[in-house]
Design a protein around this ligand. Sequence first.
Ligand SMILES: O=c1[nH]cnc2c(O)c(F)c(-c3ccc(F)cc3)cc12
Ligand SMILES: [Mg+2]
Length: 221
Amino acid sequence: TRTSRPQRLLQAVCINAVRGNPDSVIAAIDHFCQNQEWAMNVGDEKGAILDSVVMETSPSTVLELGTYCGYSAVRIMRLLPPATRFITLEMNPDYAAVARQVIQHAGLQDKVCLVEGKSADLIPKMADMFGIRTFDFVFFDHWKDCYLPDIRLLEDCGLLDQGSVVLADNVLCPGAPEYLDYVRSSLRFSSRFYRSHLEYTRVLDGLERSEYLGHRDAQRD
Ligand SMILES: O=c1[nH]cnc2c(O)c(F)c(-c3ccc(F)cc3)cc12
Ligand SMILES: [Mg+2]
């Protein structure tokens, strides 16, 4: 086929969503994925949980790992004031190109800083590149095998503060078992699981919310 799935998703946004209206962009993507083609956006069911955790956290600084087509960037930033620092990392340039246009269609291009590259390479540069000391909220939605190394990297770079919240998508499907073991056994995190379903399906999935408790040592056995 000539176009990619992200490009067809973008086309659905351009045709069905109202420019400058984030809720209509979200609805257009969910309609496309429910009725035309499945795509790996966090979706509406897990998205509602994401919304509630974002609102209760009221973060001033947000980091998202894995932009894909920009659906969760739009979901998150439609809830937060313009002064919020929002940085989203995407390693796939084709996804990033579509995400920029989806975010622009939602009218949120001035609030979102999309950086292309690998999370492992970019996380250590966050302080220097953006003058950000710590992130109040981090959304993990890139690749399950990166979840554990990346949360360790965030800790090692001092990018988490007491009260920082890390929310991880897909902890059951595709699944991130080592990540779950780590955050649930660590004395430095308080974790809880939000049971839900894989986007646009009835397959079980969920989100893990892990709150950073501060720089402690020791590990619960
Ligand atoms: O790689 C991913 N990155 C981020 N989010 C994902 C996701 O939400 C998925 F459902 C899936 C997924 C893909 C195929 C399946 F059969 C099930 C889940 C993958 C990702
Ligand atoms: Mg996901």
